[in-house]
Design a binder for this molecule. Structure first.
Ligand code: UDP
Ligand code: MG
Length: 310
């Protein structure tokens, strides 16, 4: 019999949290392993913490951590991974969009020797075409800029204890869970799942949230944008050298030089590339600034049923 930790981050999920815990229990109980739930309240403004306390009172295998404020899902996942103590950990959202009936398949894959089992999104039901288009655009750009597939990858995963121990060794402030788990390697498999509609409440992500999330992921995970900017510099260097040579040639042979259009185009082109380059560099400097401050990545102010750490 193995110990399975079930990690659920929750931000304003009072309405659905109990349902998720029950559904997970129902689907995993037949496997006969010991289940330990760890619920993270990411500084919710609703009754989420009270719900966690009630669940913990009723079920001794439920423990909880609460943050001093909203630190974001990445921080909630990190706190959970710091505190969980199972032989493997299952991570899922609190809104039933990660279907609990897939969990037994994940556990079976783990028992067959896989150390990381990724849930891969098949399709998203109940999303407007506009939102789907926007997320495709944002994530398509993100993929080009970082090599990460954020469109289909998800935080719905099973991680072996060894993977969790390695994840704890990352000391960066700006963690990007999905990317870093990919980066770790290990014996890995995927299980496709259909993203269900939210059980209750509403998504915490607006369009701007999506862009910010993708931007953070790219900046904290990849330096490709810096390389693209340097490549642009090379392209513009070659281009301007050619134009310069032609101007010299015209001046030498015909005693004339090209007029305004060339000058205007050059000014606009160089101006734009310079501004984009400054933008990219300053984004990275911003990230470095956040990293060097070495602030705590989350602050736990509440605990119930004594989770191991945090
Ligand atoms: N979440 C969190 N902190 C946040 C935002 C979200 O812990 O600041 C949790 C949320 O409660 C849920 C999961 O992360 O369990 C996914 O959030 P959501 O459903 O809003 O995202 P979506 O499914 O739309 O990507
Ligand atoms: Mg959701």
């Amino acid at each position: 019999m193995a110990i399975l930790s079930v990690l659920i981050p929750a931000y304003n999920e009072a309405a659905g949290l109990g349902i998720v815990v029950e559904a997970v229990g129902k689907h995993l109980a037949p496997l006969g392993h010991e289940l330990r739930f760890l619920l993270i309240d990411d500084g919710s403004a609703d009754q989420t913490w009270q719900v966690i306390e009630e669940l913990a009172l009723r079920q001794p295998n439920v423990s909880g951590l609460g943050f001093s404020r909203n630190f974001g899902k990445e921080a909630a996942l990190l706190a959970g991974l710091d505190a969980c103590d199972g032989d493997c950990v299952l991570l899922l959202d609190a809104d039933l969009q990660h279907p609990p009936h897939v969990l037994p398949q994940m556990v079976k894959a783990w028992q067959n020797g896989f150390q990381i089992v990724h849930g891969v999104k098949l399709q998203r039901q109940g999303e407007s075409w506009f939102r789907r288009l926007c997320s495709r655009l944002v994530f398509g750009a993100a993929r080009m800029l970082s090599g990460l597939d954020m469109q289909r990858s998800s935080d719905f995963k099973l991680l072996d204890r060894e993977v969790v121990l390695r994840y704890r060794e990352f000391h960066e402030r700006l963690l990007f869970f999905r990317g870093l788990i990919d980066w770790l390697g290990f014996r890995t498999t995927t299980i496709p799942f259909n993203v269900a509609e939210r059980a209750a409440g509403k998504s915490q992500w607006g369009m701007w949230g999506l862009v910010k999330y993708a931007l953070n992921a790219i900046l904290s995970f990849s330096s490709r944008p810096l390389k693209i900017v340097s490549m642009l510099a090379v392209v513009f260097f070659v281009l301007s050298t050619l134009i310069g040579l032609k101007t010299l040639y015209d001046w030498a042979v015909y005693q004339s030089a090209e007029g305004f259009p060339t000058v205007i185009l050059l000014i606009v082109g160089f101006g734009n590339v310079t501004l984009v380059a400054i933008c990219v560099v300053s984004w990275y400097i911003g990230k470095i600034y956040e990293e060097v401050k070495m602030r705590p990545r989350y602050i736990v102010t509440r605990k119930v049923n004594r989770p191991k750490a945090g």
